[in-house]
Design a protein around this ligand. Structure first.
Ligand SMILES: C[S@@+](CC[C@H](N)C(=O)[O-])C[C@H]1O[C@@H](n2cnc3c(N)ncnc32)[C@H](O)[C@@H]1O
Length: 372
């Protein structure tokens, strides 16, 4: 059985993902987390675990195979519990690279959790940039962002995001030849050879749902800017500008208005370092109401994905729901899940794709189980 060794090898801070950067809205809408329910979510940067906790689950397990991801989640939870709104903004670097107080705040949170960075250099980087910027994936995105700013101008990017009128946005896009500027950058950085081992394991490249991936991504970004609501799309701000906009929208768990509710919910979160199937095997039968799998099944071979579905089915409560994203087309575990009594909802999947605010995943899997 094979999960990808890549993530479990990452044992010390910094992690790969310092923010999840997957649209949270469809996850919450599909899972309908109800107060008192039990949830299991892949942790990654923690964002969706915090969001599901905000929805009132009685217990939420944030599970990740990578100790570095769980260490980051612990740092974030500790900071969200202990610090003021402005201190949280500074430590995380919500609006841009860290402000002066960041190093001292990071020192406090490392001391409180007993966690540390793998090297002095990694610590210095975190102090200078904030926790939301320390992930290896974020650093790849930062390199792409720099190239984009050079090619089309950071001012143009800001104008496009701020312009509320779709007709004027299209005019700006054409006037600054944005498609021509972005195409070579996307084709270089998002080439499937470059992304092998970052978005999916190399062995699954032949079954990528959208190929060439760079062209898919450019279509998505173009549509998010021209047809979407870029002024309100905080994911776009984060990808294109490197930070959220001061006075603009932020992910719910970073929104000061949600801080009291998040603090109240925090004791209901349990962070766990484990691969998913092994963790589920330890849970009692029939207890879990909702599962957020991100795209972990993209990282599992067919046999292991089927085994994971068996454990999911054993621990699922009647009427349980499961959310997953994927870069790949049809895989055997999907038929296996149907045989185990799970149903997909293609109409809901289509409507999620239409409303998606990030969009680099070409596929949704929205599953539910009969209520018995
Ligand atoms: C699947 S990746 C998806 C990346 C996503 N775009 C994000 O930003 O979070 C998310 C997380 O899944 C974790 N992961 C991968 N395979 C896993 C497994 N079998 N069990 C538990 N966690 C796993 C990785 O360590 C990573 O932190």
């Amino acid at each position: 059985l094979q999960t990808d060794g890549g993530f479990s090898d990452i044992t010390e801070l910094p992690p790969v993902h310092s923010e999840v950067l997957e649209d949270e809205e469809p996850i919450r809408a599909w899972l309908r987390a109800s107060p008192g329910g039990v949830g299991v979510s892949i942790a990654s940067g923690g964002d969706n675990v915090f969001h599901l906790a905000l929805d009132g689950l009685g217990k939420i397990y944030g599970v990740d195979i990578s100790p570095a991801q769980i260490a980051l989640c612990r740092l974030k939870s500790t900071a969200l519990m202990a610090f003021s709104e402005s201190e949280i903004a500074s430590l995380m670097g919500i609006y841009g690279p860290a402000t002066e107080g960041c190093a001292a705040l990071l020192g406090k949170v490392l001391e409180a959790t007993g966690l540390g960075f793998a090297s002095e250099g990694a610590l210095a980087f975190a102090e200078a940039n904030g926790l939301l910027r320390i992930g290896a994936f974020e650093q790849m995105v930062a390199a792409v962002r720099e190239q984009i700013h050079e090619a089309v101008g950071e001012d143009t990017v800001r104008l496009l995001i701020a312009e509320p009128d779709p007709g004027r946005r299209r005019g700006l896009w054409e006037q600054h030849s944005v498609t021509d500027g972005l195409t070579p950058i996307f084709r270089t950085f998002f080439d499937e050879e470059v992304l092998a081992g970052i978005f999916t394991p190399k062995r699954f490249q032949p079954i990528l749902a959208c190929s060439p991936f760079a062209d898919h991504l450019l279509r998505v970004v173009t549509s998010l800017v021209l047809d979407g609501d870029p002024g309100q799309n905080y994911y776009l701000h984060r990808w294109a500008l490197g930070g959220y906009l001061p006075a603009g929208p932020v992910p719910p768990y970073l929104d000061p208005a949600n801080l009291p509710a998040l603090r109240e919910a925090m004791p209901r979160i349990e962070w766990v370092v484990s691969e998913l199937a092994g963790f589920l095997a330890q849970l009692p039968t029939g207890e879990v109401n909702c599962f957020n799998l991100s795209n972990v099944l993209d990282w599992c071979d067919d046999e292991y994905a089927c085994l994971t579905w068996q454990e999911i089915t054993r621990v699922a409560a009647p009427g349980a729901r499961l959310f997953a994203r994927t870069f790949l087309y049809d895989r055997p575990h999907q038929e296996h899940a149907q045989k185990l009594g799970w149903f997909r909802d293609p109409a809901a999947e289509g409507s999620c794709l239409a409303k998606e605010r990030v969009g680099y995943y070409p596929g949704y899997e929205l599953w539910s189980r009969a209520s018995d």
